[in-house]
Ligand binder design. Structure first.
Ligand code: HEC
Length: 116
């Protein structure tokens, strides 16, 4: 009986530890999601409608089409900056960087710059 109780305690402890670890991973993932969705919102709010109207409602196509213009992560940043300037958005460098990172993660998959 004692042995059984001991085993049961051990089992419960293990379950508890696994549950805690899972919670921690979830929190981390949530934080990352939050950042990504903030960047996504910036992009959705300011950029998407125009690209969508160019590609029959499929805004992503401007980034995924075969003859896309951007070839490097620096080029991507320059293009984001250019579109933002054209729109008179007056974004800080941080916002340009965030949207660049978001578009790179989502569509371009260039190797990120070391400083990031
Ligand atoms: C008023 C319309 C319009 C808006 C709004 C707009 N863009 Fe663009 N975007 C364009 C046009 C036009 C191109 C060039 C298409 C081409 O060269 O074929 C372009 C191209 C791009 C490209 C390069 C795509 C490629 O070929 O690889 C990126 C990146 C981009 N835009 C990002 C943005 C971002 C970020 C925003 C919001 C800050 C934005 N755009 C808002 C019209 C717009």
């Amino acid at each position: 009986m004692k042995l059984l109780r001991g085993l049961l305690t051990l089992l419960l402890l293990t379950i508890g530890m696994v549950a805690c670890a899972t919670e921690e991973v979830k929190t981390l993932e949530k934080q990352e999601d939050k950042q990504a969705s903030a960047d996504n919102k910036l992009y959705q709010a300011n950029c998407i409608s125009c690209h969508a109207s160019m590609f029959d409602g499929k805004a992503d196509e401007i980034f995924t089409r075969k003859d896309r213009k951007v070839k490097t992560v620096e080029g991507l940043k320059a293009r984001v900056q250019m579109c933002a300037t054209n729109l008179n958005l007056q974004w800080f460098d941080e916002e340009v960087d965030d949207v660049t990172t978001y578009l790179n993660q989502e569509f371009y998959h260039f190797k990120p710059v070391a400083a990031e």
